[in-house]
Design a protein around this ligand. Sequence first.
Ligand code: SME
Length: 151
Amino acid sequence: MNLEDLKLNITDIIANDDLAVQDKLMEICTFLSNNVPYYNWVGFYFANHETKTLHLGPYFGAATDHTVIPFGKGICGQVANSNQNFVVPDVTAQDNYIACSITVKSEIVVPLFVNGINIGQIDIDSHTIDPFTEADERFLEFVNSEVAKLF
Ligand code: SME
């Protein structure tokens, strides 16, 4: 599996005029989880800048109680403030972490920018320890740059 090979599928989903925005996001989550063995939960959170909270959007994987996350809380909330990618090789080493399931070993969160504003993020949980490389960061930045075209 080569992440580069998946880029075309992402641009195809974005360009599919038969799908509404939410359906495109859902399709991206499903596609990524089905095609990258260590992407076990894939979802989008969107920011409300007035209430300083993140809200769960489309996702693929186990249901989560964490549908609203305050800025600053957990990995997701920290990315809402930092505007930086956050790669967590081992979630047990994090103090400020919101556990969704004991099966989750690692996590990557990449902010979603529209016109320079951090409007949300893509969040991926993995059941594998330390699976994410710079290739995942670059790939997920690409995914988000495509998703940004929908907003
Ligand atoms: N682990 C995240 C919470 C969201 S779940 O992974 C779906 C965090 O610490 O922000």
